[in-house]
Each structure stands twice: as structure tokens, then as C-alpha cells.
Write a protein that binds this ligand. Structure first.
Ligand code: ARG
Ligand code: ZN
Length: 884
């Protein structure tokens, strides 16, 4: 909590550290009342620092200082001062050992940052600046040190004691206590430190690396969860092999540990050789976990593992460079997941997240470049921009260089910077040096916020047989950035003719060698306005633009309905096919809005319905693609398109349209449902996931009709399915229907799964997301349910987060009850867990998008939060910036 106005930190103020810490020896005496932390730091002045007699200023917060000594001499209280988060020792030698004893209270730590307790075990989360809650330190990523960690604890309560690196000693002590010592040979910043102590089951496996190193793989979980680790273990081994095959990266220690904890602010953390995970990102078995859950486990396990190179071996110089490790690692895990499953489905899912959450962030009050220039609280910058847009920027480099040169670039980057803390600029430079490709203008992607807009128009000259694409780029102003320099945008294109894709030859261009068959090309858009003329085009083609979503931009091209139908039916690019279906869906929604406003019945266009009918009937198509194409653009996506957003009118139009589609295609939906039902034993593979996804999309449509036959399907699926994907899909459609059985279903679901917290979270979420009126009352009632706990972030996200973030029609209730509810929860969480409070707040910060009446109500709640005493820097930053 702040005592003064929190201050802004600027990238331009970066200075190298005045001191370095060569070795860090920590001793933890873990107790039920408090924990004593003793540190011995071998410190020396940094020869690279310009300030020759700077005082030693260590970070530390919420610590009880017991003693400080330099080279064995205890300091008295006049020899140091404390100010804010800093402990300052004015007079220190050029090289010395600092010994420091502090007392902390992990059992009272509800922020889940630093050392804390979760379900009876001790664990840590130090990124970004949590280590300073453990002991006084230079808590910044460019200070790297070799850690030795001694842990003493009660042997009964905490039989498992873990830290980074290798176990070097264990000892049984008097009074039922025991001790372990861990040594990590790799120098690392404090944010990668980890400690775990608890009563945990261990699931073990082995992996042999490309050079024959035998690695012990261990997943530590509560005893009751030992049967839910197989998928995480298989994913880990796949990720280890993939990083060898695709990036030539080998694991570098003899042991790799994963620990699952129930209370965790984010998904997981890549601490060196001791990854700590949210249980939701490790545990999976068919009876308790949906397909999406399985895929999340696979993706997050891989993400954290990949950080061992992109994050740990090469880390960030400062937190402004966060996207250096996060953007790159998200790109790596996305490519991995694409290789393990369906590449098109993975791409569409990622684009969907980007075009909803990230575009919204980029257009809102917290907009920032992937490398921010300033922040108040770094925890607020673990964003979809830094992560997902950051990954898109790395993907664009991959596209511009091609896979071989990109690999040369990553090899050079890892080789050149192994063991260092570096910047985004170092990454781009390695890519340039290895490839010879000029990324000068491309660097604007790192420094400029906002989503660029590409307005494309086409002209066909039949006499010359020329086809010209004219591309105009622009980028809206964002906070602190009024005008933007043009970006370097890779625009992947193809031209569809009667008989397929046309061969592409640019006028005055080099012969096209991009693709084996010359029919796809990546245009480098660099000017505010630019034309590309293709020669030898014998017919007027349909352009397939931004193939694979080759850049994170909003593309505008005035397609006719016929052109969109053509793309939707026959484009070879999965993203473009899907996107055409979304644009057609958007046109239908616009028509439905007009129909409802004029008091007419909503009637979908017959060509659109025919296209949907064909999708449903074509058994040769990928079921997951069909499922995605049959879904109308989400309300979150619509909120990015309409200005202002009339939430309730959009919701009504979209729902009326869905119902009309369901009625028109009822027979086909039923046939599709039956075709996709199968008795095969559950597997989380692409084929089965696709089939379930199509089946449950059909069920959701059928349940809109809500007749007896649909209800019977849903009830029997709910009662008889053996996997959580199908059971939850059935529950979800029942809860959103008028079926009297739904109360029973909810009750039975709870009875059956009350012993599984992750399943109960899904039960909370289904109810929180119910579109029917009255959801807010249910959510409020559920907050008093014995299974709810506001200290557990997963439960907060499942109930409060899902309601406020994914149930627009109820959150935006016209009387403002939703806004008031969210502000109340933010005020409570601000005290216990500021990171969660500030994340939860995001829906309110988008107030400028909505109708004037909603704007006023939302604004009033933001002001009420801002007026609270003791606002955390996390909440203060988000609220104050969104009111500016
Ligand atoms: N580095 C982690 C990951 O992306 C995220 C941890 C950040 N934690 C936090 N509390 N800000 O894998
Ligand atoms: Zn990460």
C-alpha cells in the first residue's frame, strides 16, 4: 500500500546497477508463526557504473529487519536509513559480504507475491518484484547471482523441501525438523528464485536430451491430484523434444520440477528448474477437465519450459523489456501447440484473443507499446499487449525472414547473449545480423502503441491484365502518442481465380519465390499509401488478404457478399476462410439490428444460410473449423467494431439471429449432432476435440429452439457423458435454457464434484456467464456459497471475473448494478490482493465505448474506487489512467 502518490518509472532513466551480487546464500527457517530469512550476499561495486561512490540501496518491503552486518561487523541503526521500499547503507567498501536477518509472515501474505502459504504449503512467486518481500536485495533482473538455499522446516508437515538447481545436502535435525540445501550453478536474477515446502506427492518420469543428458522430471501435487499429472508430463516431454528439434535448445540441469499450487495470481512461473504452476494449468484428466483445459495445460507447460532459454539463460535487462521473453516465448508455445494439434484452430483462437482483448487494450486508456516507456506498477504490464501482441511481432519477424533465417537469428541471439540480461533491441539486432534483412522501420512495432488500420482497395485492368492493390495504413492516437510513424507491415496475399490461386508476379518485381507454386506472396507495406500491381492476371480475382493473420492490424476491404462466400467456401488459408465467415456473420448482425429496430422479424440471408448448411453437411471438412465458422462474431468482437456499443441491442440482435439460424437449420444440426456423437474412449487429440467442438456447437444451437427433443439431447448428454467437455457443454446449454431440469442439473453437478475445486470453479463460471436475466443476483448469492473463497484467484476469476468480463448483457444492466458490484469487489480485493483487484477492474476502464448513460454510471464507480484510502499502486495506476 502506498503512503504517498506512487511515482512513475521511465525506461529513459535506466542506469546500470551501482552494485553487483556475485553470490547469494539464503537460509529459511520456516515456522508457523513467522519465517526467519538469513541472507549472505557477496556484493561488489559494478565497474561499469558511472557513480563511483553511490550508497548501497536495497529493495525491501513488509520486512522486519533483525540485523545487518558487513564483513562480520554488526551495523547499528545509525548506519542505515529506510525510505519507501529502500534500505540505504551510505558507507560500504568496494567489495564485502552483507549479512542480513529478516522476519516475514508468509501465512498472512494474501497478495500471493513473495513467500506465502497455499493449502498448507509454503511457496513463492517473485516475478516481477516479489523477492523484495522475502529479504533486502537488488531486486532487478540485471543483477544476476549464484544462489545457494538452505531450508529448515518441520519434517512432518513439510516433508518436501525444494529450491532451484541441484539438491546438495539433506539432514535430519532435532525437534522433528529437517534441512535441505539446494545449489543452482546458473547465475540468475532474484525473480527466478523459488522455494516450496509441503506435503506433496511426486509423479516422476525421465527424459534423455539430444546429447544424452538424463533428466529427472518431477511433478509435485497434493496427494489427491496424483492421478491428474499424465497430460502435463507428456506435454513436458513433447516440449523438451520440440525445443531441441525446432530451436536446437537442450535442457541444462539433471532435474526439472513442476509444483502445482491452488492459490496463484497467474498461470505459472518459470523459476529456474522449479516451475510453480496454478493447479488449473497442470492438472488434467478427462472426467474433470475440458478439452480447452487440456490444451491450456499443454500450452502453459511448454511456455514455462521454453522460458528456460527464452527468459532464463537469456533474461531481461529491465522490466520494460518484458516482451523480450514473453512475446518470444508465447510465439514459441503457439507454434508448439500448432504442431501438436490443429494449426488453423490454434491460429484462429489466438487471433480471436488478439482482436478482442488486445485490440481493446490498444484502444483504451492503458494502451502501451509492447515495450512500454513508463509504468507505475510493473504488475499491470503483464498484458495481452506485451504477451500476445509481442508474440505477433516476433511472428512478423519470422514471416519477413522465413524459417531458416529466423532460426539463424535465434541461434545467434542465444549464443551471443547466453548468461546475459538484455533488451528487445538486442533481439532485433541478432535477427538482422544473422539474416541481412533490414528491420529498421520494423522497430516501430516496439515503440508505438495502437492497432494499425490497413485500408485496401483493388483495381482490375482487363486490357493490361493488371491487378492493383492499393494499401493505406494509419494508426490512431494513443495516450502519450499523438502521431505515429508508418509501420513495416508484412501483408500476405493470394488471388483467387475461377480455377484456384493465380500465379503472382509483381510489376517491376523480382520473380516471386515465396512459395513453391508462386501463388502466395508477402507484400512489405512500409509507406502511408502504396500500390502493388500484379501482372498477367487474366481474370478479375477475389483477393485473399492478410493470410494467416500476417500482421496485428485491422484490415478493411469492401468485399461483396459473393466474394466473402467464395473465400469462405474455397480459400486455402484457414484463417481467411474463417474470417470471411465472420464478416458474413457481421453483415447478418447488422441486418438483424436494423430489423429489430424497425420491428421486423429477423430473417438471415438465404445465401448465408446455404453456406452454413453446406458446412454442416460436408463430412470432409475439419469439424473444429466448421464449428468456428458456424459461430457468429462474439459480443466481445462486436464491441471492437461498433461505436458506441449498445450492449443490449447487440445482444438481442445476435441472439435473435442465432435462434433464426437454429430454426432454419434444425434438421441439419440434428444430423450433425448425431454424426459427431461417438463412444470412442476419450483422447485430447485434434480429431476428437474437433468432433466434440462441432457436436457441442450443434447442441448449443439446437437448445436455442429449446423444444423437448433438444432438451432430451442435452439432458442425456449431461447424464451420460464421461468427459467434462461434453458434460459441461450440456450443463451450459441447460443453464441458458428454460428447461426446469436445470436446477437439478446444477445441484447434481455440485454434489458429484464438490471435492474437486477446479471443477467447482467451472460450476461457478457456467452460472456467472448465464445470459438470462437475474444473473447478478445469482452471482451475489454464490459469493456466500461455502465453496467460494475470495482469497483464491481462480475462484474470483471464475465467478466475479467471468460475470464482469464475459457476461456483457448482465454486467451492463441499465441500472448500473453490475458496475457497482464490480467496484465493491475491487475495493475489497485492493486490500488483500492488489494484482487481482487491478486485473478485475479492466471492464470498467472501457467506459468510453458505451452509451452516455452507461458511461456516466461506470465513471462514477471508477471515481468511487479512486476516492478510497490506501489504494494499492496497482489499482491506483489503472483507475487514474482510465479517468484521464
Ligand atoms: N513469467 C510468468 C509467465 O508468463 C508470469 C508471471 C508473472 N507474475 C506476476 N505476478 N506478474 O510465464
Ligand atoms: Zn511467460
Amino acid at each position: 500500500m502506498r503512503d504517498a502518490q506512487p511515482s512513475t518509472i521511465y525506461l529513459s532513466d535506466y542506469e546500470v546497477p551501482a552494485y553487483l551480487i556475485d553470490t547469494t546464500d539464503l537460509a529459511f527457517d520456516l515456522g508457523e508463526e513467522s519465517t526467519k530469512v538469513t541472507s549472505q550476499l557477496h556484493i561488489r561495486r559494478n565497474p561499469a557504473s558511472k557513480t563511483s561512490n553511490a550508497p548501497l540501496a536495497l529493495h525491501g518491503t513488509e520486512l522486519d529487519l533483525i540485523s545487518l552486518a558487513i564483513d562480520g561487523r554488526t551495523l547499528d541503526a545509525t548506519e542505515w536509513t529506510q525510505s519507501g521500499e529502500q534500505l540505504i547503507i551510505a558507507d560500504v567498501p568496494t567489495e564485502f559480504v552483507l549479512r542480513c536477518e529478516t522476519l516475514i509472515r508468509p501465512q498472512d501474505n494474501t497478495s500471493l507475491e513473495g513467500l506465502y502459504k497455499s493449502s498448507g504449503m509454503f511457496c513463492t512467486q517473485c516475478e516481477a518484484e516479489g523477492f523484495r518481500k522475502i529479504t533486502y536485495y537488488l531486486d532487478r533482473p540485471d543483477v544476476m547471482s549464484v544462489f545457494t538455499v538452505e531450508i529448515i522446516a518441520d519434517a512432518q508437515r513439510y516433508p518436501v523441501l525444494l529450491s532451484n538447481g541441484n539438491l546438495s545436502a539433506t539432514e535430519t535435525l532435532a525437534d522433528g525438523r529437517h534441512k535441505t540445501v539446494w545449489q543452482d550453478p546458473f547465475p540468475k536474477p532474484a525473480y527466478l528464485f523459488a522455494l516450496v515446502a509441503g506435503k506433496l506427492a511426486c509423479v516422476e518420469d525421465r527424459f534423455t536430451t539430444m546429447n544424452g543428458r538424463e533428466v529427472a522430471l518431477k511433478i509435485y501435487v497434493e496427494n489427491k491430484d496424483a492421478d491428474k499429472c499424465d497430460h502435463a508430463m507428456a506435454s513436458l516431454k513433447n516440449a523438451m523434444r520440440w525445443d531441441e528439434d525446432v530451436y536446437g535448445r537442450e535442457y541444462d540441469l539433471d532435474i526439472f520440477n513442476i509444483v502445482a499450487v491452488d492459490d496463484f495470481n497467474m498461470g505459472a512461473m518459470e523459476n529456474k528448474s522449479l516451475n510453480i504452476f496454478n493447479t488449473s494449468c497442470v492438472l488434467a484428466k478427462p472426467e474433470t477437465t475440458t478439452d480447452a483445459g487440456f490444451q491450456r495445460v499443454e500450452g502453459v507447460v511448454a511456455h514455462e519450459y521454453f522460458h528456460n532459454w527464452s527468459g532464463n539463460r537469456v533474461t531481461c535487462r529491465d522490466w520494460f523489456q518484458l516482451s523480450l521473453k514473453e512475446g518470444f516465448t508465447v510465439f514459441r508455445d503457439a507454434e508448439f501447440s500448432a504442431d501438436m494439434g490443429s494449426p488453423t484452430v490454434k491460429r484462429v483462437e489466438d487471433v480471436t484473443l488478439l482482436r478482442t482483448a488486445q485490440f481493446a487494450e490498444d484502444a483504451g486508456p492503458m494502451a502501451h507499446p509492447i515495450r512500454p516507456d513508463s509504468f507505475i506498477e510493473i504488475s499491470n504490464f503483464y498484458t495481452v499487449t506485451v504477451y500476445e501482441k509481442g508474440a505477433e511481432v516476433v511472428r512478423m519477424i519470422h514471416t519477413l525472414l522465413g524459417p531458416e533465417l529466423f532460426r539463424k537469428g535465434s541461434d545467434l541471439y542465444f549464443d551471443r547473449h547466453d548468461g546475459q540480461a538484455v533488451t528487445c533491441e538486442d533481439f532485433v539486432l541478432a535477427m538482422e545480423d544473422a539474416s541481412g534483412v533490414d528491420l529498421g522501420q520494423f522497430r516501430h512495432w516496439y515503440s508505438q502503441a495502437g492497432t494499425p488500420k490497413l485500408a485496401v482497395s483493388a483495381q482490375y485492368d482487363a486490357d493490361e491484365q493488371h491487378y492493383t492493390l492499393t494499401v493505406k495504413q494509419s494508426c490512431p492516437a494513443t495516450p502519450g502518442q499523438t502521431s505515429k510513424a508508418p509501420f513495416h507491415i508484412p501483408l500476405a496475399v493470394a488471388l483467387l481465380g475461377e480455377a484456384g490461386q493465380l500465379a503472382l508476379q509483381l510489376q517491376d518485381g523480382e520473380p516471386n519465390t515465396e512459395t513453391a507454386d508462386n501463388t502466395e506472396m508477402v507484400l512489405s507495406v512500409t509507406e502511408p499509401e502504396q500500390s502493388f500491381t500484379f501482372t498477367g492476371i487474366h481474370e478479375e480475382p477475389v483477393p485473399s488478404l492478410l493470410r494467416g493473420f500476417s500482421a496485428p492490424v485491422k484490415l478493411d476491404f469492401a468485399y461483396s457478399r459473393e466474394q466473402l462466400l467464395c473465400l469462405m467456401r474455397s480459400d486455402s488459408d484457414g484463417f481467411c476462410r474463417w474470417d470471411a465467415s465472420q464478416q458474413l456473420g457481421l453483415a447478418e448482425i447488422n441486418q438483424a439490428l436494423a430489423d429489430l429496430a424497425a420491428g421486423r422479424e429477423v430473417a438471415p440471408d438465404s445465401a448465408y444460410l446455404d453456406a452454413c448448411r453446406d458446412l454442416l453437411a460436408d463430412e470432409t471438412l475439419d469439424g473444429a473449423m466448421v464449428a468456428m465458422m458456424l459461430q457468429l462474431p462474439s459480443e466481445a468482437y462486436l464491441a471492437e467494431i461498433f461505436h458506441p456499443v449498445d450492449v443490449i441491442a447487440l445482444h438481442r440482435a445476435r441472439e435473435a439471429l442465432r435462434l433464426a439460424i437454429a430454426i432454419a437449420l434444425q434438421a441439419e444440426l440434428q444430423a450433425c449432432y448425431e454424426r459427431c456423437s461417438s463412444d470412442a474412449a476419450y483422447a485430447a487429440d485434434a480429431a476428437q476435440i474437433a468432433q466434440r467442438s462441432l457436436k457441442n456447437t450443434a447442441l448449443a444451437y439446437l437448445m436455442l429452439v429449446d423444444d423437448d427433443s433438444a432438451r432430451n439431447l442435452a439432458i442425456s448428454q449431461f447424464e451420460n457423458s464421461e468427459n467434462m467437455t461434453d458434460r459441461l457443454a450440456a450443463l451450459n446449454s441447460l443453464v441458458n435454457s428454460a428447461a426446469p431440469y436445470k436446477a437439478d442439473a446444477l445441484q447434481r453437478f455440485y454434489q458429484n464434484w464438490q471435492h474437486e475445486p477446479l471443477v467447482i470453479n467451472q460450476w461457478f463460471q457456467v452460472q456467472a456467464m448465464c445470459r438470462l436475466p437475474g444473473s447478478i443476483d445469482r452471482v451475489q448469492a454464490l459469493m456466500a456459497h461455502p465453496a467460494f473463497d475470495i482469497r483464491n484467484p481462480n475462484k474470483v476469476r471464475a465467478l466475479i471475473g467471468a460475470f464482469c468480463g464475459q457476461n456483457s448483457v448482465n454486467f451492463h444492466r441499465e441500472d448500473g448494478a453490475g458496475y457497482r458490484f464490480l467496484a465493491d469487489q475491487v475495493i475489497v480485493l485492493n486490500r488483500s490482493n492488489p494484482q487481482i483487484a487491478s486485473r478485475l477492474l479492466v471492464p470498467l476502464t472501457k467506459w468510453r465505448k458505451y452509451l452516455p448513460a452507461a458511461q456516466q454510471l461506470m465513471c462514477a464507480e471508477l471515481k468511487r474506487i479512486l476516492a478510497q484510502p490506501d489504494l494499492s499502486s496497482d489499482v491506483y495506476e489503472v483507475v487514474s489512467k482510465s479517468l484521464q
